[in-house]
Design a protein around this ligand. Structure first.
Ligand code: 3Y8
Ligand code: NAP
Length: 248
């Protein structure tokens, strides 16, 4: 009896959940519990960690999960690694729904870096208006360049004091091109730091930066072990043995 676990938390995972619910397949949607009020899903949902690889393996056995779809974000590397390990241990088929990274096109001025500390190093010494569009969890290293005027964007209002003076925009996206242009102009943003999330939910800032001719410090995705991956909900549905009605 097919029962799928969706490791979610992204716009793509929400699209998959809608398709699975429409098909009437037995599935459960999993959030990591990072935000206060995650979006509702049309499937039974669970929130919070499993307790590492062993916790996930136990969950798979206890809940009689027969398929796992990793539809987490490309930067949710620990969750993705745990899923590979737990599915190997339990012999459960695993498929990743992962959008392709953004690639620079003419007009883009990207500085590609490997991680957050390299992103800090890439910023200029001279004071600038810097938009950090990398969420809440990884901003502390920017405290080493306090000369900049920082704008941050979080899903939820900050609970703890920030590691440096900054203005916080609270918004969960997806974001629009016009909205990003307007925000960057109003704040006279001169530098942007982003992660190569891919997908459409966050690419508006990249398009706006190109329009404004602004440099983008682009943090590359973490390396992940080999795993089967697709880029579309349709391919996931086919893998689940349920081809969606074409054009539906
Ligand atoms: C909890 C689920 C939807 C989902 C929206 C997508 C689009 C907006 C792009 C910017 C970049 C960032 C951040 C971002 C994007 C979508 C999508 C995507 C980036 C929600 C969600 C959860 C999270 C967790 C949150 C992280 C944070 C990262 C903000 C829900 C809204 C910056 C990633 O406060 C925190 O602790 C937030 C943590 C992980 C990265 C970080 O380290 O701070 N996402 N984002 C998921 C869970 O609990 O399992 O609350 O409903 C999902 C979305 N985030 O339905 O349209 O690409 O899917 N999310 C990044 O790209 O760098 C925003 O501001 O431009
Ligand atoms: P992470 O660092 O890869 O994972 C850390 C731990 O959080 C995992 O080991 C697991 O805990 C728990 N976890 C993460 N995602 C989970 C999920 N979907 N269901 C159950 N437990 C989960 O994860 P992250 O980067 O903080 O991302 C957390 C969530 O936010 C994910 O759902 C991801 O899709 C979403 N998200 C992340 C980003 C981003 O930039 N990272 C962007 C958009 C959305 P245990 O080890 O205890 O099981």
């Amino acid at each position: 009896m097919m029962r799928a676990l969706i490791l979610g938390g992204t716009a793509d995972a929400s699209l998959l959940a809608a398709e699975i619910a429409r098909a009437g397949l037995d599935a459960v949607y999993s959030y990591g519990g990072r935000t206060r009020a995650p979006a509702d899903q049309p499937l039974p949902a669970r929130i919070g960690g499993f307790g590492g690889v062993s916790g996930l393996a136990d969950y798979i056995r206890r809940e009689a999960i027969t398929r796992v779809i990793d539809a987490t974000h490309p930067f949710a590397a620990e969750m993705s690694r745990n899923a590979i390990e737990a599915c190997t241990q339990t012999g459960t088929p695993l498929l990743a729904l992962e959008r392709a990274p953004w690639t620079a096109i003419s007009g883009d001025s990207w500085i590609e870096v490997a991680d957050v500390s390299a992103a800090v190093a890439a910023l200029p010494e001279a004071p600038a208006n810097v938009f950090l569009a990398i969420g809440r969890q990884h901003i502390a290293p920017f405290a080493s360049k306090p000369q900049h005027v920082y704008t941050l964007r979080f899903v939820d209002p900050p609970e703890a004091p920030l590691p440096f003076a900054a203005d916080v925009i609270v918004s969960r996206g997806p974001f629009t091109f016009d909205g990003e242009l307007e925000m960057m102009r109003a704040r006279e943003i001169s530098w942007i730091v982003a992660r190569n999330s891919g997908g459409d939910g966050a690419r508006a800032k990249i398009d706006a930066a190109r329009m404004l001719g602004l440099p983008v410090v682009m943090i590359s995705r973490p390396e992940l072990p080999e795993r089967r991956r697709v880029e579309s909900v349709t391919e996931v549905m086919q893998w689940l043995g349920h081809s969606t009605r074409l054009g539906a």
